[in-house]
Write a protein that binds this ligand. Sequence first.
Ligand code: CP
Length: 325
Amino acid sequence: MPTQPNNSHLPFGDQRTAPWYGKDIISVKQFSREDLEYVFAVAHEMHDMVDHVGTFDLLKGKILANLFYEPSTRTSSSFTASMERLGGSVIPINEVKYSSVAKGESLPDTVRTLECYADVIVIRHPEVGSAAAAAKASRKPVINAGDGIGEHPTQALLDAFTIKEELGHVDGLTVTLLGDLKHGRTVHSLARLLSLYKVKLNYVAPDILRMPAELIEELKSKGVQQEEFTGLDKPLPATDVLYVTRVQKERFTDESVYESVKGAYVIDPKVMKAAKERMIVMHPLPRVGEIAVEFDDDPRAAYFRQMEYGLYVRMALLAMVLGKA
Ligand code: CP
């Protein structure tokens, strides 16, 4: 019969039997609806703690290795801020060209190196499956911060948290995903995560940037109501959450194809006249013209608040995998 580990030698608050202790976070498929409620509850507490005391020592002495093979502002800096607000510290590898990766070191060897120095590894890499490969090589928890056009699970978690915080619930909402749905790992992860709720999903994209057929089939098999459009006019009036994405230039091999679709949709005050008064516009950011700055002061523009919610969700995730939540 399995026995519970004796944790009596561990410091106060250490919960090594906690369900997420030592786990990797690679895909949103790992999360049940109950898990989401748990993450949101911890994130909520983190928000309160930051508001009241700013920084606290929940992860004092813990070290995060932040390994980014692709550019990032939000994910990289919010993981750094999360660790530091929880009293831990960070090994930042944001420019792999200055690490031994530039000498040809493999991903598994890089991960095996970092696990000697850190308690948790966050990785962003251009190849689908790279985070899973890193997790396989590592004894320490690995968190996927984006693997090519695959997944971006922590972004999807913060997106769902944003919806819940802003609108109070997720069930019953109509969520319209707009832009580069082919390459957008954030929309792939978010659509999967939202399939845990009773939502209607609209997909608005140019023909060549449609949501992958396999993902539509996957969600169909779960009974999710989905509809595809090439224009925003029809779905916008019934939309509760408009999730806008950037056309990802870096994923195109032919620049002329990128040029032909890059300005397909622009959200501005005029377009938004057709939308509900109580709804939100989200964007994982960075934006490159798909939301006009003139819309930023509209109360429905939730994309800057969304970034802040990301801090609390990532604080929650770090505490969870390090056995402190
Ligand atoms: N949303 C997001 O992943 O932003 P960064 O690329 O700046 O991390």
